[in-house]
Design a protein around this ligand. Structure first.
Ligand code: PLP
Length: 387
């Protein structure tokens, strides 16, 4: 454990929360946590379960109702072909990833991760005894992982590639052809694909989200990581899913039986409430996040000289510091603005790319506007110090 680092996003968010508890005015861009009330459908099912006379152990792989609904949701919204036996319910998407890597990776096995990546990928690979192999970022290629990247970086020790679509932190979205080409390359290299799709329902401007699970010819080498956290604004309920071939789900069940024993029944029934009404609940979250994205872009562009890149999906913007006129490295900058101005941002280094900071635009609109104005003030002061 000494070689691992704690999640920087969780750490910065905890610092912001501590300052808030102390009564300070804090501007939080660090947590990808949709600030929204629970949709009533979620609460209704959770309360029904709470009112039961007892709460026994849950089935290890999840209650059948939820496993079936998760398969139906993915089949209906992403054109996949899963049955309930292809689903395991986990403690959020994070444990879904941990479960896949811990159970499926041999010691020393290499895992390809494309930068900028979600902060937890390399550390979870290390916890699982594997070796993270980082594919450098390529802003000129729209930040996308390419077939060439896979061919260039895979060795005979490479067993798994983690693919993140829609992407945290860049908001990049892959086309059907791009996903198909990457899956064909994975087949050629005999790699298992762990496809992290936890933002599949937070896609804007009517673009299609393409799931790796929608290619039947690759069914055996694809494992999907999903979650209720972002798509249904349920981060604190801790309900996620692995979807994949039945033999893999059975293997993951062994780890779950010896670790978490599954997810609390109340929380699973809350997720049932979301998935029984997935069109409506996801539309409620998507609408709110789209409005926050638009306010974020509009306000940022009115305050800073260089306009932001388009944000196609998810709830983040990965912004070059230079575009705000800042010359420092991202860790120094983020340390300064949280210390002096109570503005919580995550440095690009946490995602494997310095020179950038990640903004989450998941707070209320007015909060986003005030936070950007506070940031503009802080940046002006730092620029005066620079000159
Ligand atoms: N994958 C990505 C890309 C994420 O950004 C997150 C959370 O921020 C997760 C997985 C895990 O989400 P959770 O454990 O809340 O379901």
């Amino acid at each position: 454990m000494k070689t691992l680092s704690a999640s920087p996003t969780v750490a910065i968010n905890a610092l912001a929360a501590k300052k808030k508890r102390e009564g300070q005015r804090v501007y939080n861009f660090s947590a990808g946590d949709p600030a929204l009330d629970n949709h009533p459908a979620i609460l209704k099912r959770a309360l029904q379960q709470i009112e039961k006379k007892s709460q026994p152990y849950p089935p290890v792989e999840g209650i059948m109702e939820l496993r079936g609904l998760a398969a139906d949701w993915m089949n209906a919204s992403c054109e996949t072909h899963y049955a309930k036996e292809n689903v395991m319910v986990t403690c959020g998407g994070k444990f879904a990833l941990f479960s896949c890597l811990y159970s499926l990776l041999q010691p020393g096995g290499e895992v390809l991760i494309h930068a900028p990546y979600w902060v937890s990928y390399p550390e979870i690979v290390k916890m699982a005894g594997g070796v993270p192999k980082i594919i450098p970022p390529n802003p000129d290629n729209g930040w996308k992982l390419t077939v060439n990247d896979l061919l260039q970086h895979a060795t005979d020790k490479t067993k798994i590639v983690i693919f993140n679509n829609a992407c945290n932190p860049t908001g990049v979205l892959y086309t059907e052809q791009e996903v198909r080409d990457l899956l064909n390359a994975a087949k050629k290299l005999d790699l298992l694909v762990i496809s992290d799709e936890v933002y599949s329902g937070l896609v804007y401007e009517q673009q299609d989200f393409i799931s790796c699970g929608s290619f039947p010819e690759h069914h055996d080498r694809v494992v999907i990581v999903q979650s209720c956290s972002k798509n249904f604004a349920m981060t604190g309920w801790r309900v996620g899913f692995v979807l994949g071939p039945e033999n893999i789900i059975q293997t993951l069940g062994v780890l779950q039986s010896q670790s978490t024993t599954g997810v609390s029944l109340v929380n699973q029934w809350a997720a049932v409430g979301a998935l029984e009404n997935f069109v409506e609940v996801n539309a409620y979250v998507n609408k709110a996040m789209k409005a926050r994205r638009d306010v974020f872009i509009q306000t940022f562009n009115s305050l800073f000289p260089k306009p932001l890149d388009e944000i196609q999906s998810a709830i983040y913007s990965f912004v070059p510091l230079k575009s705000m006129g800042i010359l420092e490295n991202s860790e120094e900058f983020c340390a300064k603005v949280i210390a002096s101005d109570n503005i919580a941002l995550v440095p690009g280094t946490a995602f494997g790319m310095d020179g950038h900071v990640r903004f989450a635009f998941s707070e209320q609109e007015q909060e986003i506007i005030e936070a950007l104005h506070a940031l503009k003030k802080a940046v002006n002061r730092l620029m005066e110090d620079q000159s």
